[in-house]
Design a protein around this ligand. Structure first.
Ligand SMILES: [Zn+2]
Ligand SMILES: [Zn+2]
Length: 176
């Protein structure tokens, strides 16, 4: 009886060991494949370089956990989405700086709806004779009402401030 029982127990033990090893192997393989996929996807979100993406997958595939560690240490800091966001922010900042208006005459900051610089009396904007909206001086046509901005159309409608500015400047020259 005893040897027979032992034989059966041994076979059962071998069966259990094989099952455990198989489960372990399957788990490790699944983990290994997941690591490769994760590393590949992560690199793809950080670089458009296909060669780099494949190299990362190979690195993790060959070296497994140490390969993943090496990748985590060396991977690009920013994802492409983060890079794009940063570029947008920088552009918005640049736009803001560009949009900050300054007087061409004295460099003082001016407001968008100012027709004249209060510091040096330089003319900043003109009124459209058609719709009297404020226009930039170099504009040759009104973007609101399509009235052409000819030199002749300006003097008659010149603002009191602009007239004052020119007279002020004339006086200044006369004083000298
Ligand atoms: Zn000025
Ligand atoms: Zn107009």
């Amino acid at each position: 009886m005893f040897p027979f029982n032992l034989n059966v127990d041994f076979q059962q033990l071998v069966g259990v060991i094989i099952t455990v090893v198989a489960i372990l192997a399957a788990t490790l393989t699944a983990l290994w494949i997941s690591m490769i996929i994760w590393a590949y996807r992560d690199m793809r979100s950080r670089s458009r370089d296909t060669f780099a993406q494949v190299m990362v997958a190979l690195l993790v595939g060959v070296l497994s956990v140490p390969g993943l560690l090496v990748y985590l240490i060396l991977r690009p800091q920013e994802t492409l989405a983060e890079q794009y966001e940063r570029a947008l922010e920088e552009e918005a900042l640049l736009q803001e700086i560009e949009n900050k208006q300054v007087c061409a005459g004295c460099g003082h900051p001016t407001k968008e709806d100012w027709r004249l610089c209060p510091y040096c009396h330089t003319k900043l904007k003109k009124n459209c004779p058609g719709c009297s909206k404020l226009l930039d001086l170099p504009w040759t046509i009104c973007p609101y009402c399509e009235t052409p901005q000819t030199e002749q159309s300006q003097p008659g409608r010149r603002s009191a401030a602009a007239a004052y500015a020119s007279s002020y400047r004339t006086n200044e020259i006369e004083d000298i």
